[in-house]
Unconditional design. Structure first.
Length: 143
């Protein structure tokens, strides 16, 4: 389903999304974060989301996931695209950061993302199940 926003709705969406991207507006100026700061923020958010999931706090996990999506979109929209910078998180010390960077990486670097998800799929509880499901859905062409 494709939704077209009118100019007012688009501006409201942009203003609501800016804080998710770490952007601020002051005196009609917008400060855009660097690629590196977005990737660092993505790692922080992924770690926080993992903790929220571990603690069964779905509301926080969903809010954090929305922030991850906003960061991914911002990185992908840059010229040149900076989404591949998420590959650096495949080596994060935190398994949730590896999970949340490996899943989108399936679309542009599956040869690097799949081994990470295969290892994570062996982990217990929600982490392993999520990694396994993402990998399974990817291999079935449903992701």
């Amino acid at each position: 389903m494709h939704v077209t926003l009118n100019k007012f709705s688009q501006r409201v969406f942009e203003l609501r999304t800016l804080p998710l991207l770490g952007m601020t507006i002051a005196a009609n100026e917008m400060k855009t974060p660097s690629n590196e700061s977005l990737v660092a923020r993505y790692e922080q958010v992924a770690i926080a989301r993992g903790r929220a999931l571990w603690n069964n706090d779905s509301q926080s996990a969903n809010n954090l996931f929305a922030e991850e999506i906003a960061i991914r979109r911002e990185l992908a929209s840059r010229v040149p695209s900076a989404i591949s910078l998420l590959l650096s998180l495949l080596k994060s010390t935190d398994p949730w950061a590896r999970l949340d960077s490996a899943t989108p990486a399936l679309f542009f670097a599956p040869d690097q993302a799949e081994p990470v998800l295969e290892l994570l799929a062996k982990e217990p509880k929600g982490l392993g199940m999520t990694a396994w499901m993402n990998l399974d859905q990817w291999r079935q062409g449903k992701l």
